[in-house]
Ligand binder design. Structure first.
Ligand code: ARG
Length: 484
């Protein structure tokens, strides 16, 4: 960096500074190379602030018009890639303000009246995050739709349900997928809830204590769309809190982490299901990779990476929450460290959700309009697996209870039945009636109905159960809820 540029930097603050920053310190303190992505929110906030300054008679209408014109040109320059971001101007805010002043002179210098970068950056991050939450929620809707569509086609496809990864009871594959729809629905609700607390205006808090100018903060909040369900302006009510807390970012990170944890569980299942030992599903080749040494391999890289990236997002949550813990009020430069983890969380989550929608539900073929390339299911492999492991043992116990046996006794009878079936290498449904009757005389010919997989499913016909009836009811509910 030239001596001239360094002088320019020391002059960015005031005449008080007698020596320039070293290049290393400048690089260490600068944030422009990552916070420049806040530029739209920064300009939006500046426009709202300037408009209010004019309305309140704090700056003249002609200054207001100059600021608007200058910011329009800057918008154009940034969008086209012509804008020159300068490291020595530290961050997005100073870069835009310096260019504005270059373009419109004194009016540009008046924009910062009654404002500090402290309330400015808090406002920018909140505005940016709200629009990202909207995108994330759209991704969550798309993913839920993809899962519901696949579920719809597999209501009567039976797989083993597991506890402890041991075969437990038969379930419908659709029921299994719809469990994830519930999780992603709650994730979207959490996002919307976080958004309500993010959508508050710090601007007007100034550096920390408020400002001596007669600002109309509610006007700014309204023009930025920061209003609640009842149409009231959402303005941070304490200036110290407004500039310094990043709890909204932490809350968002927690919601994002939970969502990634759900993705990670699904990933783990896909990895298992795709292994030769399960062979339940296949995903399109474009979500897998080969091995450089083993020609037969097709590895589930995408689900594995998603599982891995969950660690990264949870790590960012830890970073953000730790960032806050030692900070005395009000603003501290520590807060500049909120951006990279937050940006990376948003990018990782959005990409992951988009990829999963496509990997599961497929992609619309622009020619035929049909979706293709989603997950494919090996129905026979799933059913065969469900037949192993005596998945209908509980059904036999329930059958005996209905014949009048206390459940604990029924449990014991079935344990004997399983033991004898195991010894003969048979499934429970393959045992002759006579040997079942030896275990308990109450067993009749109708027992075989409940020992079949579909019989077992049909029997679980209570709300939230895996009976196809119940699943169809849930699918209909999701169609209404997701409006498709
Ligand atoms: N780049 C800074 C940040 O991200 C902007 C606020 C700087 N304020 C200050 N007083 N140094 O937090």
């Amino acid at each position: 960096m030239s001596k001239n540029q360094l002088d320019q930097k020391s002059q960015a603050w005031s005449a008080l500074f007698s020596e320039p920053m070293s290049e290393l310190v400048q690089r260490y303190t600068a944030s422009v190379f990552f916070d420049k992505r806040l530029w739209q929110a920064d300009i939006q906030g500046s426009l709202a602030h300037a408009e209010m300054l004019v309305a309140q008679g704090i700056i003249s209408a002609s200054d207001g018009a100059d600021i608007e014109r200058g910011l329009a040109q800057i918008t154009q320059e940034i969008s086209s890639g012509a804008f020159q971001w300068k490291l020595d101007l530290e961050d997005v805010h100073l870069n835009i303000e310096a260019r504005l002043t270059q373009l419109v002179g004194d009016a540009g210098k008046r924009l910062h009246t009654g404002r500090s970068r402290n309330d400015q950056v808090a406002t920018d991050v909140r505005l940016w995050l709200c629009s990202e939450i909207d995108l994330i929620n759209q991704c969550l809707i798309d993913l839920q739709k993809a899962l519901v569509e696949v579920a719809e086609r597999h209501v009567e496809v039976i797989m083993p349900g597991f506890t402890h990864l041991q075969v437990a009871q038969p379930v419908s594959f659709a029921h299994h997928l719809l469990a994830y729809v519930e999780m992603f629905d709650r994730d979207a609700q959490r996002m919307s809830d976080v958004r309500k607390r993010t959508h508050w205006l710090p601007l007007g808090s100034a550096a920390l204590a408020g400002t001596t100018y007669p600002l109309d903060r509610e006007r700014v909040a309204r023009s930025l769309g920061m209003i609640d369900d009842q149409g009231r302006a959402c303005v941070c009510q304490n200036s110290l809190d407004g500039v310094s807390d990043r709890d909204f970012a932490i809350e968002f990170s927690a919601a994002a982490s939970l969502c990634m944890v759900h993705i990670s569980r699904l990933s783990e299942e896909l990895v298992l299901w795709m292994s030769q030992n399960f062979g339940f599903v296949k995903i399109s080749d474009r979500f897998t990779t080969g091995s450089s040494i083993m020609p037969q391999k097709k590895n589930p890289d995408v689900p594995e990476l998603a599982r891995g990236k969950t660690g990264r997002v949870v790590g960012h949550l830890m970073g953000l929450i730790t960032l806050m813990k030692g900070q005395a009020l009000a603003y501290n430069k520590d807060n500049q460290e909120d951006k990279e983890p937050l940006f990376d969380t948003v990018d990782t989550l959005k990409d992951t959700l988009r990829i999963f929608s496509e990997m599961i539900g497929g992609q619309v073929n622009s020619q035929t309009g049909a979706k293709e390339g989603g997950i494919t299911v090996n129905v026979t492999a799933m059913e065969n697996a469900a037949k192993k492991g005596y998945a209908t043992a509980t059904d036999l116990a329930d059958y005996l209870v209905k014949k009048g046996l206390p459940f604990r006794d029924a449990h014991e009878v079935v344990a004997h039945a399983v033991k004898s079936a195991q010894a003969q290498g048979l499934d429970l449904s393959e045992l002759p009636l006579s040997s079942l009757q030896q275990l308990n005389p109450a067993i009749q010919g109708d027992v075989f109905e409940c020992l079949s997989l579909i019989g077992s499913l049909n029997a679980r016909n209570t709300l939230g159960g895996t009976a196809p009836n119940q699943i169809r009811f849930q699918i209909a509910r999701h169609h209404v809820r997701l409006d498709f």
